[in-house]
Write a protein that binds this ligand. Sequence first.
Ligand SMILES: *Cc1c(COP(=O)(O)O)cnc(C)c1O
Length: 403
Amino acid sequence: MAKNPPEDQNPATRLVTGGRRSEWTGPVVNPPVWRASTHLYEDSAAQQAGLHVNQDGVFHYGARGGPTQWALADALTALEPGAAGTMLYPTGLAAPIMALLAVLKAGDELLVSDNSYDPSRTFAERALRDYGITTRFFDPLDVEGFAHLITDKCRVVLLENPGSVSLEMCDVPALAAAAKARGLVVLLDNTWAGPTGFQALKHGVDLSILALTKHVGGHSDLMLGSVTANAEWYPRLRRHSLMLGQQASPDDCALALRGLRTMGVRLERSCASALQIAEWLQSRPEVAAVLFPMLPGAPGHELWKRDFTGGCGLMTLVMAGKDLRARDALIDALSLFGIGYSWGGFESLALGSHPERDRAIMPWPPRGIAPENRHAVRLWIGLEDPADLIADLERGLAAWAAA
Ligand SMILES: *Cc1c(COP(=O)(O)O)cnc(C)c1O
């Protein structure tokens, strides 16, 4: 929806008010699940007039979405100051893919931060290569090095902040300024903090990407993605996404809208518990490093404090030496943390990670951590009582020590 909310609403209020237009909700609080492919017209004249209307908020055919999808898109746009509109996709992964396809053409060069979500990397390296687009990876912590990499063929930069799994914080405004000075379009995967934790467009980003599967959905029961764009890029993003047949299910959008209403309080709880748990883990000899930018003293904390107003309970532990067997013993000894992919739900998760497999130039372990400390556990902190989670992790650390 090409409409911005009144500037005087704070994000917590926008989470409640966003997308609830009376023409979509009727007399009830939530927009009903509007399942539709076919629009029935009064007569041929109305059908023929309808063909010429192609805008958000005017129902024409299910492939262009209906009120349930528009309400979610509208709510997400309202959360991102500077945004002109939001497109929705059936998975989080489809969001960076569609954003890239909307802004690139054959012969272009793409720069991708080396700590990006690995399926985004794979898409850039393999699928885009077949379309005649060259991808180069760069270290987002080296702003000067990045500026020197930009050639006349570079068209787009894809950032992710903090980085996937390794959670390094980069200087988005500085990277965006260097990119803009050479005419590049700036894309950012903002899934970790989301729009309430980091105002991407206000920090120089043109298209902000979210995996709504994570804490917008919030209940581990849906797949969905979004891209929110500024006025310069939204029309092109919309045109390309519809041309490529992208639309999201109204049922999943209704669930995501419901998730959005409570996302603020869920994130507050998850962040508070994660901070408490991260502080406790940092004091443990079994743990060499806690990668969690919200934690004072952790890598990237100063940039987080400068640019962010929130985050989420996703962190990575670098274990002190030992081997993968010990790492897995830790995870297997946990009973409250499920072992599984994704994150952002109400329940805690733990997963063995291998960041070294998904990077071309950035070191693993990160700079400042001794090379023997390399085995990683990713933790998602859900809504359980943090004391119970700490007790569970205590059992995990004992199993690690015994392994
Ligand atoms: C999970 C994730 C995605 C992909 O989302 P799916 O809904 O799982 O496809 C994209 N980017 C980031 C940063 C993610 O964490």
